[in-house]
Design a protein around this ligand. Structure first.
Ligand code: NDP
Length: 311
């Protein structure tokens, strides 16, 4: 049984570096890269960022696709991946902490009128403007999984009123948790800031269409760090022009990199960050090594994806 590391991303971390790290964790393990691939019929697990269409063909005895990240939508929907091949993802602490901080940063940026004061300073103007009081502010978190639950707890600890939304019922101390389709408009109508950290699935794609955007609180802020296809971007621009919501902060967009001619770049009510909210992988490679051992031993995998559910 061999593990193939094939990220195709030379600007992030090289396949050889990942392979070396895993070999140190698992001395003697058969860990390969595209340069040392050898007999492909021996490869039972591949660690990827994205799965290419020819991976399943090239790796006839593949049993496990390990995503080096969290979003698995393109792997789950790959029509060439045989049904018996399992999928696992990573759930490291570092990006969860990073995304929670990204939400907090952009919420406080608006609460504390930071853009306004920076602009005033450039004109040497002393213009006091009242910050919004945190305990009076309601923040909604859409998705209460690994990252969403952590974000909700961090926001609650700062003193915001926090509401959360997920598919199944949840209990998080101090957070008003709602679930199911009908509850989303109820939550949106009450929130000053809405933080979306949902996976891309057939149920979430296009969820924020014109109708859903219209039920948000006028002037509220929509922050998306999950996947760009959650939001109908044409509808968002029209909604922002009407003031509901009042601002959008997007770390993810339907097409990445965001095309230079996208009107999102220049819209005065849009802030773009280039998919950087959950940057650090932390110690996640230990879980890749662990999953290779678990696959070999036939024991339950870490963070296995439910292929039918899509996340
Ligand atoms: P989890 O699988 O741990 O959590 C997903 C959450 O979304 C769960 O609470 C789930 O509900 C909820 N959910 C899924 N579908 C629906 C639905 N139809 N209606 C309501 N709630 C739903 O994932 P993570 O928190 O680890 O990550 C979430 C997503 O964030 C990833 O899939 C990825 O796309 C994105 N991401 C983005 C990063 C970035 O850098 N911008 C980095 C990392 C992740 P339930 O609990 O009931 O199942």
């Amino acid at each position: 049984m061999a593990l193939l590391i094939e990220t195709g991303l030379s600007d992030w971390i090289s396949d050889a570096e990942i392979a070396d790290t895993i070999r140190k964790m698992l001395p003697g393990a058969d860990v390969r890269t595209p340069d040392t691939i050898g007999d492909t019929s021996e490869i039972s697990m591949v660690a990827v960022v994205g799965l290419s269409n020819d991976h399943p063909k090239r790796l006839p005895n593949l049993q496990l696709v390990q995503k080096l990240g969290a979003g698995v939508e393109t792997i789950v929907s790959n029509p060439h991946l045989p049904e018996h091949v399992r999928i696992a993802r990573l759930k490291p602490d570092a990006p969860a902490q990073g995304i929670a901080e990204w939400f907090v940063a952009y919420i406080l940026h608006r609460q504390r009128n930071m853009a306004f004061h920076e602009a005033a300073q450039r004109n040497s103007e002393w213009l006091p403007k009242a910050p919004v009081f945190t305990p009076d502010t309601v923040v909604g978190v859409l998705g209460l999984g690994h990252i969403g639950a952590r974000s909700a707890k961090m926001l609650r600890a700062i003193g915001f009123q926090v509401m959360g939304w997920s598919r199944s019922p949840k209990e998080i101390e101090g957070v008003t948790c709602l679930h199911g389709e009908d509850a989303l408009p109820v939550l949106l109508g009450q929130c000053d800031h809405v933080c979306a950290i949902l996976p891309s699935t057939p149920q979430t794609i296009g969820l924020f269409d014109a109708q859903m955007l219209a039920v948000m609180k006028p002037g509220s802020q929509l922050l998306n760090a999950g996947r760009g296809d959650l939001i109908d971007e044409d509808a968002l621009i029209k909604a922002l022009d009407q003031g509901t919501p009042g601002h959008a902060v997007l770390d993810v967009t339907s097409k990445e990199p965001l095309p230079t001619d996208s009107p999102l770049w220049t819209h005065p009510c849009v802030t773009i960050t280039p998919h950087v909210s959950g940057w650090h992988l932390g110690e996640a490679l230990a879980d890749v090594a662990d999953n290779f051992q678990r696959l070999s031993a036939g024991t339950p995998l870490l963070h296995e994806v439910d292929r039918a559910r899509g996340y």
